[in-house]
Design a protein around this ligand. Structure first.
Ligand code: FAD
Length: 503
């Protein structure tokens, strides 16, 4: 740790409490690093607190994923899927489900979701206590001498001084609010899951996965939803697959507004949000506006400049190397706060575990950032690992790759004749000249895409060819088998629709 002069304002505090590791941020990355370090015998302090959203929403330990991210999102996605299943249950002989009487109670769902979230908060606290990790529900601030000043969220704002040879920053990101008049009238995903009343007619602003997932489940729960998209949706995903996801979203009744931005938001006397758009100057009233156009660091209060931690000029995120080291000795960063890292919980978790192993056991193992699988939980899910077709073409040339693909009908869609099958699709991108036709990208649009892709991600990591897929005996009947049944190449121009089912 670089040492500078002790700031006078802090002299009143008693001597710093020594730890082996101080972790700032009790989200996916911070928790995993703390727990693993404690398992390896380190004396660990974990500091976590939440800056309230502009609407005053706050939450407990566990970070974004457990409180306002993956978990509440997936539960609401599941709630929407259950609603869809109910509609088709009669075709399987279920009686007593009068379609016209089925409706959704937002408050029940919101309570269910939040009970689950609170349960997770409690589990984390117990785990920290059992492992002997000192948890400070407090904000952390760096002092010039590299010590950490901890200010509690209690009424007295109790302050404690901590010191350690290793300090980890895992403070994550928060939703970005646009710089337009009335922006604060809108909410973000930080507020959505605890909204006290149903969102109603909703405008979701954004083209990334958070925007489309929120739009998808809100529509599935019966709300009138419009999505305002400025740039290409899901821009890091395979274009064919994104087009199918977008077409499917539209088929559910979601309206997509393109090529405009929000100029201003005003509140009407009926508490509606009147949104005026750029370009046309049109305006429309909504019950709820959700900003979902990116997430940004909020680190001002940490005073990183006091020890000179390097941040990316454009994004404001922290620069760290493959071993999570920042430019300041003894200070590490991982998870969403690090420039260039995919913003994913499992990546933050693995980074935390491996960092603890490197610091407190003899490990040199680092995360392999290439080939990380991920899923977009839109009503029809999109899962992916490896390169998109566009990336592969750019790297290997059009002649350098072979694209195997098929449109398939999920077995569960057959009896109720669910029209969504027209959007279900699998694609394997392979190297053409390579003898075994090595797979460089796998993509799946369909139900349970995350469940399908997790296993293929392991195979992808090890390295497989299209022949490995084709020689694998399928599990039948399921959607996942479509990967091992791939035969039709794009180049052949043959119909990629799967015909028949059992032979
Ligand atoms: P976080 O989990 O954000 O934790 C950081 C913690 O540090 C927070 O508790 C914060 O309040 C605290 N903190 C910040 N500053 C200070 C300070 N000065 N002092 C003390 N504490 C501080 N990922 C997936 O893999 N799958 C998904 O399906 C998925 N869905 C998502 C859905 C939504 C709506 C959102 C918003 C995100 C989703 N993510 C998903 C992303 C995932 O949540 C993040 O990648 C993950 O939480 C990052 O973990 P982290 O440890 O880097 O940061």
């Amino acid at each position: 740790m670089m040492l500078h002069a002790q700031p006078t304002a802090r002299r009143l505090l008693s001597t710093a409490v020594p730890y082996d590791l101080i972790v700032i941020g009790g989200g996916s990355g911070g928790l995993s690093c703390s727990k693993r370090a404690a398992d390896l015998g380190a004396k660990v302090a974990l500091i976590d607190a939440v800056e309230p959203s502009p609407h005053g929403t706050t939450w407990g330990i566990g970070g974004t994923c457990a409180n306002v991210g993956c978990i509440p999102k997936k539960l609401m996605h599941q709630a929407a899927l259950v609603g869809k299943e109910l509609k088709y249950a009669e075709t399987y002989g279920w009686n007593g489900l009068d379609g016209s009487k089925i409706n959704h109670d937002w408050n029940t769902l919101s309570k269910t979701v939040n009970d689950r979230v609170k349960g997770n908060n409690w589990v984390y606290k117990v785990q920290l206590r059992d492992k002997g990790i000192k948890y400070y529900n407090a904000f952390a601030e760096f002092l010039e001498n590299g010590q950490i000043l901890v200010t509690g969220v209690d009424k007295k704002k109790t302050q404690t001084l901590l010191t350690a040879p290793h300090i980890l920053i895992a403070t994550g990101l928060r939703p970005k609010y646009p710089d337009v008049p009335g922006a604060k009238l809108g909410i973000s995903s930080d507020d959505l899951f605890t909204l006290p009343s149903p969102p109603g007619k909703t405008l979701v602003v954004g083209a990334g996965y958070v925007a489309l997932e929120c739009a998808g489940f809100l529509r599935g729960l019966g709300h009138d939803v419009e999505v305002l998209i400025r740039s290409r949706p899901l821009k890091e995903f395979d274009t064919d697959c994104v087009n199918l996801v977008m077409e499917h979203l539209k088929s559910t009744g979601i309206r997509i507004k393109e090529g405009q931005e929000v100029k201003k938001v005003e509140e009407t006397t009926e508490k509606k949000k009147k949104v005026t758009f750029t370009v046309t100057g049109d305006s429309e009233e909504y019950d709820t506006v959700i900003w979902a156009a990116g997430r940004v660091p909020r680190m001002e209060s940490m005073k990183l400049e006091r020890i000179g931690v390097k941040r990316n000029e454009r994004s404001g995120k922290i620069e760290a190397d493959g071993e999570d080291k920042t430019n300041v000795e003894g200070v590490y960063a991982l998870g969403d706060i690090v420039e260039g890292r995919p913003e994913l919980t499992p990546l933050a978790i693995q980074s935390g575990t491996l960092l603890a192993n490197r610091l407190f056991s003899n490990s040199t193992q680092t995360v392999r950032f290439h080939g990380i699988a991920t899923t977009v939980f839109t009503p029809l899910e999109l899962s992916t690992v490896g390169m998109t077709e566009e990336e592969a073409k750019k790297k290997y040339g059009e002649d350098g790759i072979e694209v195997f693909h098929s449109h398939f009908t999920p077995f569960e869609y057959i009896v109720p004749q669910i029209k969504d099958s027209q959007f279900c699709y699998v694609k394997a991108i392979c190297l053409r000249k390579d003898e075994g036709q090595k797979v460089v990208g796998l993509h799946f649009v369909g139900p349970n895409a995350a469940e399908v892709m997790q296993g293929y991600a392991v195979a992808f990591r090890v390295g497989i060819s299209i022949h490995d897929l084709q020689l694998t005996v399928a599990i039948h009947p399921c959607s996942s088998e479509e990967f091992v049944k791939l035969q039709v190449t794009k180049r052949s121009g043959k119909d990629p629709r799967v015909q028949g089912c059992c032979g």
